[in-house]
Design a binder for this molecule. Structure first.
Ligand SMILES: Nc1nc2c(ncn2[C@@H]2O[C@H](COP(=O)(O)OP(=O)(O)OP(=O)(O)O)[C@@H](O)[C@H]2O)c(=O)[nH]1
Length: 708
């Protein structure tokens, strides 16, 4: 860019400098035999410069209200002074008719020096001016000051010539003073050239580099004017030639910057704007205050199947018939006076109706006067369809969630905010207003005993160790009871390090399922008549206890209890009485066992008691005797009459060597048989496997030792 900026102006400045190097050594030969012969050429050259000065002023004046116009206004005012001074210089030139006072070289030189002084002042100040717009006062004052200065100078030169030092001596040529002034002007032009060039390169402004070249060329012109002897000699002609070249450069600079470049920039902007509005899918159109189209984009043309040319100058009513006015409807105006927005159904060229969301925006000139409106329409048909579909799906989902009694929670883990669906709250007998949208609300409602279970499943999932999270736990209902919920959720968002950011999940009320599971379990593990554990459950418990005996070497006992002559009870008092005796027996024994003991009905009138943590076989036998005694001394009440009964008990200890409960049962059953055989209403301790190896008569039944 730097190259393009400085190359052409610098080349011209260099070329004219070389020309000066050769030209300055020429002898001062007369180009014209008499000054009169040069007059026409001089006048033509000066008229050109004056025209350029007038155009510079005209441009500066017309741009005075635009932003960044300061430098143009400054140059305009200065070149008005330059043009006027040059005009007076032309009128005063030797050979010209009398202009107030007789024409002559000295008078022309004085106007010339005034013009050059203005020009050099303008160019020297220009690099220091900011690109701002001048106020009206500043502009007027500057203009008045310059006109006053020119008038004053003209008055002095015309009416007080003797007050000025001599610059030309007829027959001898220019004076030493005039030469010195020309040198000063040349130096000032050269400085201005350097300053302008530096600023031009720094700011990337090509016009300034052309002005720098013009200043440099003027410096060379001034040097030519230090050399001439006669106004028609070669140096004067060359000086004026350089001045002409400088005028061309000024013209190029000022008109490029003020007219051509802004015009090109405007054209580029228009092209950009056009490409932009044509690239958007929205319908864009511009209208004047009458409502007539000023233009539109491609999408608009396509939608209405009308070219932009056919739209321009016509109103909606003219194009589409009455009733099609699309803006300013409220006030009946042709265009909107303030931004308006509305939805409208428009029939497309294919005959289909489409929904448009249209925005009417008025636009104004700098003074705020309404120029028209911009209409931007967005096709909403598809979006509305999607919106309706989403709403329908949401409705369906909501209904499904309601049907399945599912509540939703959405947890922002970082902030702790947790939002719940209305159904979530409803499940717990609450409304959303009563539940703070916070994770602490959820925590507060969870059963304290279930926390461990929740943490055991939620923790690994939050850490990313499992794909999802499910847990069943209890939550507090507003009326105080516990609601069983099944919670299933998963983390939706994690950060780059895998830290969970957001999780979402569903709560389902599973209280009835839990109740059913409980009753099924009850059915599967208990005896319906007595409410005691059944044989299946008892077997499981006994096997579990056998495992503990094996692992820890602890002691545990098993009592097999059978009601004596129960058949007689049934036969004598009836089956219902038998049932009553069984219930009485169960209640009696249950009330006298430890919490850790397991009491079950193993079948018919046969019962089992598992005694974990018993000291030894003697302890188990003592427990059996206590029960036997309890039963013998607490008859059942049948038909308001006491019905005494007794039990026989086989006692067996769980042995680490036992393969399972069946073996223990068999041992206890043998002891029970022994108790029955020995007369009933007694407890007998089973022999161990070791005892079995000995002769039966060697073993004294422990039952014999037990108290009756
Ligand atoms: N009422 C009632 N009787 C039952 C129930 N289950 C079993 N029985 C009866 O219990 C009786 C058991 O009789 P047996 O096996 O001969 O034994 P027993 O009469 O108790 O005689 P020993 O055991 O030798 O003392 C049978 O008559 C069964 O019908 C029950 O649920 N209710």
């Amino acid at each position: 860019m730097l190259q393009a900026l400085k190359l052409a102006p610098a080349r011209w400045a260099l070329f004219l400098s070389v020309l000066f190097a050769f030209g300055s050594v020429l002898p001062a030969w007369q180009v014209f035999s008499a000054p009169d012969h040069y007059l026409a050429l001089h006048t033509a050259l000066e008229v050109f410069s004056i025209t350029v000065s007038a155009m510079v002023f005209g441009l500066g004046w017309s741009l005075r209200r635009t932003p960044q116009s300061g430098p143009f206004v400054w140059l305009g005012i200065i070149f008005l002074a330059v043009g006027l001074s040059d005009f007076l210089h032309v009128l005063s030139y030797a050979g010209m008719p009398v202009f107030i006072t007789p024409s002559g070289a000295e008078k022309a030189i004085n106007f010339w020096l005034v013009a050059r002084s203005f020009a050099v002042l303008g160019l020297l100040v220009l690099p220091f001016l900011g690109c701002t717009r001048w106020s009206v006062t500043r502009l007027r004052l500057s203009l008045l000051a310059v006109l006053a200065a020119v008038t004053l100078m003209a008055w002095v030169i015309l009416f007080q010539p003797h007050a000025l030092p001599q610059t030309f001596v007829p027959g001898q040529g220019i004076t030493a003073l005039k030469i010195r002034i020309e040198y000063v002007l040349a130096a000032a032009y050269a400085v201005a050239a350097l300053l302008l060039f530096a600023r031009g390169v720094r700011d990337g402004v090509r016009a300034l580099t052309w002005l720098a070249a013009a200043a440099w060329t003027m410096a060379l012109a001034e040097l030519y004017f230090t050399l001439y002897v006669d106004v028609s000699d070669v140096f004067n002609v060359l000086g004026h030639g350089n001045k002409l070249a400088a005028s061309v450069m000024i013209y190029k600079a000022v008109f490029s910057a003020g007219v051509r470049e802004p015009h090109a920039a405007l054209a580029q902007e228009r092209a950009l704007l056009r490409a932009m509005i044509d690239s958007v899918p929205d319908l864009i159109a511009f209208k004047d205050t009458r409502g007539a189209y000023l233009g539109c984009n491609k999408a608009f043309s396509r939608c209405y199947d009308l070219s932009e040319e056919s739209l321009i100058g016509h109103t909606d009513t003219e194009l589409f018939g009455p009733g099609m006015q699309q803006s300013g409807e409220a006030g009946g105006a042709a265009v909107a006076r303030k931004p308006e927005r509305h939805e409208e159904w428009i029939e497309g060229p294919d005959g289909n109706m489409r929904l448009f969301d249209t925005l009417h925006i008025p636009f104004h000139d700098e003074a705020g006067a309404l120029l028209g409106e911009i209409g931007i329409s967005r096709d909403f048909t598809e979006r509305r369809r999607v919106r309706e579909q989403i709403a329908e799906r949401e409705q369906r989902l909501l209904m499904a969630l309601q049907g399945a009694s599912l509540g939703i929670w959405d947890w922002d883990i970082g902030t702790g905010r947790m939002s719940f669906s209305p159904l979530w709250a409803e499940m717990l007998g609450r409304t959303l207003d009563e539940v703070a949208q916070d994770v602490s609300s959820w925590e507060a409602l969870v059963h304290p005993e279930d926390w461990g279970h929740i943490q055991a499943t939620l923790g690994p999932h939050l850490r990313g160790e499992t794909k999802s999270y499910t847990a069943e736990y209890r939550m507090r209902h507003s009326d105080g009871h516990w609601v069983w919920v099944q919670d299933a959720g998963r983390v939706l968002e994690r950060d780059e390090e895998g830290k969970a950011l957001r999780a979402i999940g569903l709560h389902q009320d599973i209280s009835s399922r839990k109740a059913m599971e409980e009753s099924l379990l009850q059915l599967a593990t208990s005896d319906p008549l007595t409410g005691l554990w059944n044989r299946r459950y008892f077997t499981e418990m006994a096997n579990g206890e056998l495992g503990r005996v094996r692992r820890h070497g602890s002691n545990a006992g098993f009592l097999l209890i059978d009601l004596d002559h129960f058949k007689r009870v049934n036969d004598t008092w009836g089956h219902a009485a038998g049932d009553e005796v069984l219930r009485h027996f169960s209640g009696l024994v249950s009330g006298h066992l430890r919490e850790v003991d397991v009491f079950a009905r193993l079948g018919g009138e046969e019962f089992g008691v598992l005694l974990p943590c018993i000291d030894d076989a003697a302890g188990a036998l003592r427990a059996a005797e206590r029960l036997r005694d309890l039963i013998a001394s607490n008859p059942a009440i049948v038909s308001n009459a006491p019905l005494p009964f007794s039990v026989s008990i086989g006692v067996a200890m769980l042995d680490a060597e036992d393969s399972g409960f069946d073996v223990i049962f068999t041992r206890a059953d043998e002891a029970l048989y022994e108790a029955k055989r020995s007369g009933r209403n007694r407890a007998v301790l089973a022999r161990t496997e070791k005892d079995r190896g000995c002769a039966p008569e060697d073993v004294q039944p422990l039952s014999e030792m037990a108290p009756r």
